[in-house]
Structure formats: C-alpha cells, structure tokens
Design a protein around this ligand. Sequence first.
Ligand code: MET
Ligand SMILES: [Zn+2]
Length: 719
Amino acid sequence: MLTHSTILGYPRIGPRRELKRALEAYWDGRLSRDDFDRVGADLRADTWRRLAALRLGELPANTFSEYDHVLDTAVLLDAVPDRYRAAADPYVAMARGADGLPPLRMTKWFDTNYHYLVPEIGVDTPLRLAGDKPIREVREAQALGFDTRPVVVGPVTFLLLSEPAPGSPAGFSPLDRLDDALDAYADLLAALRAEGVEWVQLDEPALVTGEGVAEARRAYDRLGALTDRPKLLVASYYGELGDALPALAATGIEAIGLDLVRGGPVDPAALGGKTLVAGVVSGRDVWRTDLDAALHELSRYPDVVVSTSCSLLHVPYDLDAETDLDPALRERLAFADQKVAEVVALADRLARGERGVAPTARTAASDARSTLDSRAPYPERAASQAVHLGLPELPVTTIGSFPQTGELRAARAALAAGTLDVPGYERLIEAEIERVIRLQERLGIDVLVHGEPERNDMVQYFAEHLDGFATTRFGWVQSYGSRCTRPPIIHGDVRRTAPITVRWTRYAQSLTERPVKGMLTGPVTIVAWSFVRRDIPLRDVVGQVAEAVREEVRDLAVAGTSIIQVDEPALRELLPLRRERQDEYLQWAVAAYRHATSSAGDHTQIHTHLCYSNASEVVEAIDGLDADVTTIESARSGGRILGQLDGFGRGLGPGVYDIHSPRVPGAEEVGDLLDAVLKVVPAERVWVNPDCGLKTRTYPQVEAALTNLVTAARERRAD
Ligand code: MET
Ligand SMILES: [Zn+2]
C-alpha cells in the first residue's frame, strides 16, 4: 500500500532560483558541467529532506529537470530528431537552439503558464528506452536514505503533446506509435523494478481534455498486465477524467490520481477498487485548503491517499519567505511547503477517523454582463477617427515597450531600496520617455508610444496600482527553462482608486504632434497571469478588473488620448480544456473586453494586441473584441495566421518583425512580409508593426529594424 500522504510533484527552480542562475551560467560557459550537476544534486537532496522533514509519507522523484520534463521524456525514449544528434549538447540544442539550428517548438502546458517543448514524432522516430534519468534520481534518493516514487509523463499524454515530425505522411499522428512507446515504457518499468522501486507515477493530464480515452485503455491494459513492474499510479490533473475514468478503472493498474479540486467528486464505485490518490489540496493556487471540507470529501472513499490536485510546480516554495505581506492576507495563503503540511495534516486527521464537515455552498456564478457593450458601427467610428488622426496609409507603429535598459532596472532597484526618491525616479522615467519619443520621430514612425519604461511587467505594474492585489518578493514560478514569473495575488475585490497611466501618456503626448497611444493590459491577461481568489467565479474577477480598466480607458480618453491600446495576449490562456466549455468562456471574456474599452467613445481608436497564443483557435473571439485595430504575432510563425484573417473587417497589423530573435530583418524581407499581408487585407486597413513589444531587444537592433519597417512601408505607399 502507498503510505497515506503524497504530492504529485514539487517546484524545481530552487527557493532562490538557484537552478535559474546555474543554468544560465552553464549555458554561458561560466559554470562547468560538474559544478552545474552539483547544483542540481543539492536541489534534489534539499527537496527530499524538506519533504521528509514536513513528514510527507511518500516522496516523488524525477520531478527535477534541466529544462523541461516533456523534453526529458523525449530524451528518455530516444525520440530526438536527427538534426540535433550531432550538436555538442543535443538536449540544450533542442531546448534553446544551436548554431543555425532553431530549438523545438515551445507551447503552453495545458491551461497553465508553464511551457514545454513539443517533441517531434515521425513514422520511424526511435521510441526505446535510451536514458536513465528516473533511475539515477531514484538511486540518488536511495543513497540519501529515501525510497521514492519516480514520476514520468505517461505514454498517451506524451504522444498527444507531440507533433508529427516534418515530412510525416498525411494523416499520421504520433499516437499511431503507441505500441512502440509502450514497449519502451515496459522496459522502463522493468528497469525501475530492478532498482527496488515499489510505485511509479505515470502522469496523464491529457486525459482531462477528453482525448485519448481508447488509447489510455489500450496502454494501461498492456502495462497493467506486465508482471515485471512496480505498482502503477496513473495521475490525471487539471480537470475531471470523464470517460477516461471507467477506462482506467477497467485496467490492471493499482491507483488512480484525481484532481478533486477542479474535477469535483466522483462515485467511489467508479474507481473499480483502485486506490484513490485524492487531489484535495490545490496545486494551482496559493490559498489555504478548507481542511474540514477536504476531510469530508476524503472520507467518502474506502482506499485513499491524500495528495495535491497536481504537481506543486505552479506555486512558489514557501510563504515564510514573504515577511512583507499583510498578516491578514498571510493567514489565508499557502505556498508549496504549506500545502505539503496540509496534505500531511489531512492524512493524520483521516487516520484518526475524523470525517470533517460538508463545505458551505459557494457563491453562485453571477449572470452579470452577458450582453455586449458596443460603440457606433465600425464604418461610422472609423470615419470620425480618421478625420482627427490624419494618418498616412500603412501607418507604422510599435506594440508598446521599448528596450528596458540596465539604467532603468537599476533605477527601479534604487527606488525600492530607498536610495532614489520618487521625484528623482519620475524624472528618470520622463527623460526616458522623451528619448523614446524623439527616437520614434526621427525614425519616421506614425503612431508613437511612450515606451513603458515605468513598467517592470505588463501585469505586475497594474497589480501594484490596483486594490485587491498583493505582490510577493520571492514568489517565483517556472514559466519555461530558466524563466520565472512572479504572479501577483488577487485576494479581494479589485478596484482602481486613482488613474494609473494617464500622467505618463499625457507627458509623452505633450512632447509631440504625432499621436501617442495610451497603453493598457486587458482584463483577461491581468487575471490569467495572476493567482486568482476562488471564493467568487473567475468571470466575476475578470469583470471587476474590466471595470478598473474601463475607468482608466475613460480617463485616458478624457485627457485627449486619441488612440488607446488594450493588450490581450493571454486571451486564449484561460480557455477551458474541454471543448464543450470553451464557447461560454469566450463569450464572457469578449464581453469583459468590450466593457473595458467601450468607455473610450467613438472617436478614440481602440487597438488590441495578441501574441504567442495559438491565435488561430480563437480568431472569431478576437474579431468579437471589436477593436478598431488588431496587431497580432505573425512574423515568428511564418505568416500562418494570415490565411484566417480575411474575414476581419477592421484595421489589422500582422507583425512583420520577429522581435523574439536578435536578428534584424532587412527592408526587403519586411517588404515581402508586408506584401503577403496586402494580398489578404485591403491596403486601407493594414498597419505596419512588429510582432510584440521591444522590451527584450537592444537599441541598436530596434533602431535598425524599425528603420527597415519605415522604409518598406514608404515603398509600398509609393506603389
Ligand atoms: C506580451 S504582449 C506585450 C505588449 C506590451 N504592450 C509590450 O509592448 O510590451
Ligand atoms: Zn505581445
């Protein structure tokens, strides 16, 4: 039997981002392979010791990664595309690219803000046990005196997350290779058994999307029937299993992991006598668990292990590090270590025969705002906007941010440390705005931006200025590889108490005759990149943020701002995993955006911006935002979005400069991309702009690239 408490996974970046620093030093050649390995080994040892000290019953292993656990699985199975095999370090080449070799495609891991590398599987990609990472970690733990349960991405999820290798025959799907993958997993299980491993956890979160049910049945019938293997826990998370639950229950596996937070309770009889690894402590938020309610739920099942709803990868390490937080708020919070303690406390109480109490009913979903706010019909408002904007055809603009220089970061740090006072800081920001305005005038940009120098981050900045948000000092969460974010925490009703951006926009506009765009982050994106309260429905939280953005839009318009951009790059990120729930979400998300922007009036031009978000899946919703101008990532993905934009009846700026790369495109290359846009969109509605903000680029790159954008636009205008 499993001991009575466990977790599905734990953060791996290090409490002070030790792994981030070590990785970046190793990549730059500042840290030797041996020293880098030592950092990893220390982090793993600290994790096991920490979990044991918290009295967790069963410890996971193989939750560490040098970049991404999906990539680790591909390497374990030898599913490495040939083009990377000759690289000095194929793992790093797949993750980050190498000379002339772009990295694997990266995309979002389910509906989280973690990103994984997409394996490429073709008809003859090797699928065989080639690596030993889980085995090494198990041994490493044994040497420290810990028996562990290795965690590996399961075969169905691995193949569902893969894409067909380039050149695969039409109709081929990586899932067609399931039997080959199962051979490799069978070998892995036998190898782990030989190490004395008692349990293995195979993660199958993809099953909550409703896909892969028949394949899961086939896979676990086969793996379950093996005799030379450890016991199998198949873990699902991020939602309910639906039809996949009876499929798994009918196989020979020993335990099923369910996300009871997001998935809701199941009929105990539906488990087919398997042990339930009951995810009652949420791994997706930072709130304390209602222990009585969780206990009540746990006591419904005969054979149960208390667990987290998913890996704790998505939450920060330890609340104790946050000494600055309001004590009343701290009371309500739990980070990874506090959640582990909750799991242990629940297991103790369950063992004592406590049964908890049923939870009190949650606030029902409000039906607020299902109607769409609207402004005058597009042709009418476009006409009035055109009159006072007086823009040339093919207007050139940027997405908002200009390079964040070392001076700016140093000034922000000095302000926080108290060595720079507020007026001094504000003078620096104004000087930066002036520099950026002059630069854009000199380059011949038509619609200017102030450059966002006052913002460390497009969400955190607003969080710091709105009521109902808290920000942390060490609350880092891995986004991908060595990149981490510090999501703000929405803990109460969101309210705007004073204008946030108006003074900077107004200052920028005072410096120039050309229009300067006001620049805001949209309600969905602010919520998607935060930890969200859960006592009221998500759509109500978005509604509150929309109200705050609406007030800011109105104040910008009243201050005479003729163009306001409200970015929604995360529009797709809150999309429910199950298709049948997606429409409802998109409806209220679009309604929130329109509510936020309709306070602008008809003669203010509204822009929106989207990027890295598989926009093709939500094109209709983007159209529904009803923005006068939509700028959207296109250069990076080779113009793939263009095929879907012909239905757009308003202004459109598909990116013609990929800002994700240090490369500067020539004027001719930009011109070619622009011509491709002009084939699908009538010239009078086309805008010329980069794919995204310029924040991560350097000034020399930006100046050269923007010069080429202006040149290309002018040539096409002359034509
Ligand atoms: C991730 S979208 C970024 C938009 C923002 N206005 C910027 O330019 O940085
Ligand atoms: Zn962007």
